[in-house]
Design a binder for this molecule. Structure first.
Ligand code: CTP
Ligand code: CA
Length: 222
C-alpha cells in the first residue's frame, strides 16, 4: 500500500547507490573488511525506487534482500566496486556512495592458505582507488554526487575536507560516538554537509533519513 501511496517524484531519474562493506582477500581463507551492514544504502535504494527512480544498487557482501524494483549488482572487493560503479556512472543523475569501501588491500594475495609460524606476521597493504574521488573528477554536467563520512572524532572538520577534496555536492556525516547512529542500527543521526553549510537532522529511522537525503539531493543546484 505504501508502495502505491508514494509520490513518484523521482520518475525518469537514474540513481546509483553503493552500500555495504568491501572484502579484501588475504588468501583463499581470510579477508579484511569492516562493520558496515548496508542498511543505510539499502534504505536509500528502496526509498528512491518507491519514488519512481531507476535505481542501481552496487552492494558489497551483506545480509539484506534487494529492495523491490532495484537492479542489484553484487560485488566483493573495492576493485570490483570501482569497476561496477565507473562502468555505469556516466548515465546517472545522482550517485550516492553509502558503501564503506576498504582504503587498503593486501598487496599480495596468497594463492594458498597462509600457514602459521612462531612470531609475528606482517601483511603489506596497498591503497585502493577512491571511487568517489574518481566520480568527482569525471562528473557529468548536472550530476549530483553524495558521499558518506563515518568518523569517531572531528566529524565536521574531517567531513568538510572530504566534500572539497572529492569535489562532491554533499557529504552525509555520522559519528560512531552518537547514540542511535552507526553500524547495524535501524536509526541514524546525520549531518548533511554542502558548500552552504552543515545541517544536523534529528534522530530518525534510516528509511526516513533516506527520504530526507533524496529531497536534498534532488533539490541541489550547483
Ligand atoms: N570512498 C570511495 N572509495 C574509497 C574510499 C571511500 O568511494 N576507496 C567513499 C565512501 O563510499 C564515502 C566517502 O568516500 O562515500 C568517504 O569515505 P570515508 O571512509 O569516510 O573517507 P575517506 O576519504 O576514505 O577517508 P578516511 O577513511 O581516512 O576518513
Ligand atoms: Ca575510508
Amino acid at each position: 500500500l505504501q508502495e502505491l501511496a508514494c509520490e513518484k517524484d523521482l520518475a525518469g531519474k537514474k540513481v546509483l547507490v553503493t552500500a555495504g562493506p568491501t572484502r579484501e582477500a588475504i588468501d583463499p581463507v581470510r579477508y579484511i573488511t569492516n562493520h558496515s551492514t548496508g542498511k543505510m544504502g539499502y534504505a536509500i535504494a528502496r526509498a528512491a525506487a518507491r519514488r519512481g527512480a531507476e535505481v542501481t544498487l552496487v552492494s558489497g557482501p551483506v545480509d539484506l534482500k534487494a529492495p523491490m524494483g532495484v537492479k542489484l549488482v553484487p560485488v566483493v572487493s573495492a576493485r570490483d566496486m570501482f569497476d561496477a560503479v565507473t562502468s555505469v556512472s556516466a548515465e546517472q543523475d545522482a550517485i550516492i556512495k553509502a558503501a564503506a569501501v576498504a582504503d587498503y588491500r593486501p598487496a599480495v594475495v596468497g594463492a594458498e592458505k597462509t600457514k602459521k609460524s612462531d612470531g609475528n606476521m606482517n601483511i603489506e597493504l596497498e591503497r585502493t582507488d577512491d571511487i568517489l574521488a574518481w566520480l568527482g573528477a569525471h562528473r557529468r554536467e548536472g550530476q549530483v554526487l553524495c558521499g558518506f563520512s563515518m568518523e569517531t572524532q572531528n566529524m565536521l572538520e574531517n567531513s568538510r575536507a572530504k566534500l572539497v577534496k572529492k569535489n562532491v555536492d554533499m557529504i552525509v556525516a555520522n559519528s560512531l560516538r552518537t547514540a542511535g547512529a552507526g553500524f547495524g542500527t535501524d536509526t541514524n543521526i546525520v549531518t548533511v554537509i554542502t558548500k552552504d553549510g552543515a545541517e544536523e537532522l534529528a534522530l530518525m529511522s534510516k528509511d526516513q533519513v533516506a527520504h530526507e537525503l533524496l529531497n536534498r539531493i534532488f533539490a541541489a543546484k550547483h
